[in-house]
Design a protein around this ligand. Structure first.
Ligand SMILES: [Fe+2]
Length: 177
């Protein structure tokens, strides 16, 4: 049994406040891709899903006259740094295991190299799959940030992910004993 579910995270007021900035649909689909990739690579699907869901939680509102301002974003973006810290604080508040909270925060920190002075960082497998999951859901001109998803649909996908994760963790545990 996990200490913190995706539903706990998704329904928390902090998540609800910030996730919409970069799009709930994008967050949930990246979490789904991350679980799919974690299964393929035999990685922890729980950490993958949480990092996927929260990877963009650090976004600012980069708007100029109601439109996303790519120039401003490209020049000044540090959303991965803010996101890692925000997600970490939220996870600890919800009672997440500290090692897991750290791994999730690091995967969020390294899901983009947009802010890094040196882009040659060797990533762990978990960090790599979050980059890939994010790319799998990307659309040109940042359109993936604007897709709409009804709350019911979002909650259903979260519940499905929670049950998939339990199932995979169970299987991984049985294999390891
Ligand atoms: Fe993203």
């Amino acid at each position: 049994m996990r200490r913190v579910t995706l539903l706990d995270i998704f329904t928390h007021p902090i998540t609800q406040k910030y996730l919409g900035r970069s799009g709930v649909s994008h967050a949930i689909r990246v979490a789904q891709y991350a679980v799919q990739l974690a299964k393929q690579h035999d990685l922890n699907p729980d950490l993958a899903a949480k990092a996927g869901l929260l990877h963009d939680i650090g976004h600012y509102e980069w708007y100029t006259q109601g439109k996303w301002d790519f120039e401003e974003y490209r020049k000044y973006d540090i959303h991965a740094i803010k996101g890692a810290e925000r997600a970490h604080r939220l996870l600890i508040k919800l009672g997440e295991n500290r090692q897991d909270a750290k791994e999730i925060a690091l995967a969020i920190l390294l899901h983009t190299d947009s802010y890094l002075p040196d882009k040659n960082i060797t990533k762990t497998s978990l960090q790599e799959i979050i980059v890939t999951a994010d790319e799998m859901d990307e659309e040109p001109l940042g359109k993936h940030h604007y897709r709409k998803m009804e709350l019911n649909d979002a909650l259903e996908r979260i519940a499905q992910l929670d049950s998939d994760i339990e199932h995979v963790l169970d299987k991984q545990l049985r294999r390891s004993v």
